[in-house]
Structure formats: structure tokens, C-alpha cells
Design a protein around this ligand. Structure first.
Ligand code: GTP
Ligand code: MG
Length: 208
């Protein structure tokens, strides 16, 4: 698989108008999750270049930033295809905890209600594999379920866990979120091929 290009398209502000959000038929893969969970880092690891800004300090990404990737080959066979990656602002950063579902709703609303009619969409709900079951993540999953956006739980920073913690936390995530999480490490590369397979399934939809 070759990534021919990966470039920034536009930003959608919280509560702002959804101007400029692409409404063609390319699939949208949204990256949602708490601030500092590793959304921008994972997006860069998948793109194999630094397009999204990352930071050790949480709350870096305050806009929904949309990137377009053009890919040659990969899962699904030969051919050139495109996909949008949407780096959503992180939630759970507000002091005192706040209501993360409302926070996610506020920042993601412009995006989720925007164009792209008929385009396939998937939301990757990123959860720090060290902290399964935080109420903020449970609330966010509920909000996504209510919004009708399919979600896949991605367990990030898996490189930080010992073997036993890994088994325990992945099991816990599956119990809480009702589906097997995909463990990834943007640092070590674990899970990236499998995540690309998932993305290709959505973006290279074979339906007529
Ligand atoms: P916001 O934009 O604030 O919502 O954060 P974000 O979810 O985009 O997080 P970001 O990608 O900026 O990463 C936050 C921190 O986690 C950075 O210091 C990254 O280097 C670190 N990080 C991200 N992914 C990994 C990983 O797979 N392994 C390890 N060890 N660290 C990671
Ligand atoms: Mg970010």
C-alpha cells in the first residue's frame, strides 16, 4: 500500500457553520476520544507523515480538522482510492470533569450534521488502554450510539502496558463497550495494518 498524498482540507469550529466540509462521496473516518488519548498521533502514523499537530499538553486540537488521503493499493486490492480523516477535538479536558457527552456533541455537531450525504462514515472511538471504563468515554460512546454513527473502539498507547495489564484492560474494554477493541500503538506500529484494513473496508465499499 502506498500513500500518494495526505493533506489538510479544512477545519470546522465548535458550534460553527459546517462550511467547507467535503460533501463528495469519499468515506469519512472520524477520530474521537479524550484529549491526549493520541488521536492526532494515530492519524499521523496511519498517514506516515506529520500532517496533524500533536502535543504532550492536552487540548491541542480545538477544531475538527479534516484531511484527505489518496492511497494506492492496500487492503481490497490494486487501484487508487481516497478517504477523509477527521481529527475531532478531544473531550474531557474541561476543568472539573464537565459533561463529556455534551462537550463531544458541541465540538462534533457541525461535523456530524454536515454534508457527505450518502458517503460512508465510521467513527474510531479512541480510548487510552491504561484507563478503561472512564465515565467520560462511556458517555461519549453513548452519544455516538445515539447519533447513529457506527463506532469502533481503538485501545491506544498499548505499548505502555505490561502483558498482564494488556490482557486485563482489553477484556475490560470489551465488557464495557460491548465489542472487541483494536489495540494500537502509534509509537511501535502495532495494530496499524489492521486499522488500515478496517478503514479500507469502509472507504472501498464494494456495494453497488
Ligand atoms: P488533543 O488534540 O488534545 O485532543 O490530543 P490527541 O488525542 O490528538 O493526542 P496527541 O496525538 O497529541 O498525543 C498526546 C500524547 O500522547 C503525545 O505526547 C504523544 O506522543 C503521546 N502518544 C500518542 N500515541 C502514543 C502511542 O501509541 N504510544 C505512546 N507511548 N505515546 C503516544
Ligand atoms: Mg490532537
Amino acid at each position: 500500500m502506498k500513500i500518494l498524498s495526505a493533506e489538510f482540507v479544512t477545519s470546522a469550529a465548535a458550534g460553527g457553520r459546517a462550511d467547507g466540509i467535503p460533501a463528495d462521496r469519499l468515506a469519512h473516518i472520524a477520530f474521537a476520544g479524550r484529549s491526549n488519548v493520541g488521536k492526532s498521533t494515530l492519524l499521523n502514523a496511519l498517514a506516515r507523515r506529520k500532517i496533524a499537530r500533536t502535543s504532550a499538553a492536552p487540548g491541542k486540537t480545538r477544531l475538527a480538522n479534516i484531511y484527505r488521503l489518496n492511497v494506492e493499493g492496500g487492503p481490497g486490492g490494486p487501484g487508487t482510492w481516497g478517504v477523509y480523516f477527521v481529527d475531532l477535538p478531544g473531550y474531557g479536558y474541561a476543568r472539573g470533569g464537565g459533561d463529556s457527552a455534551a462537550e463531544l456533541a458541541a465540538v462534533a455537531k457541525a461535523y456530524f450534521e454536515s454534508g457527505g450525504e450518502g458517503a460512508n462514515r465510521a467513527t474510531l472511538l479512541l480510548i487510552d488502554s491504561r484507563h478503561p471504563g472512564l465515565q467520560t468515554d462511556v458517555d461519549a460512546a453513548r452519544w455516538l450510539d445515539a447519533s447513529g454513527s457506527g463506532r469502533q473502539v481503538i485501545a491506544t498507547k498499548i505499548d505502555k502496558l505490561s502483558r498482564s495489564e494488556r490482557v486485563r484492560n482489553l477484556k475490560e474494554l470489551e465488557r464495557i463497550f460491548g465489542c472487541a477493541p483494536l489495540p494500537v500503538s502509534a509509537a511501535g506500529g502495532e495494530g496499524l495494518d489492521e486499522l488500515w484494513r478496517l478503514i479500507a473496508r469502509v472507504a472501498r465499499d464494494q456495494r453497488p
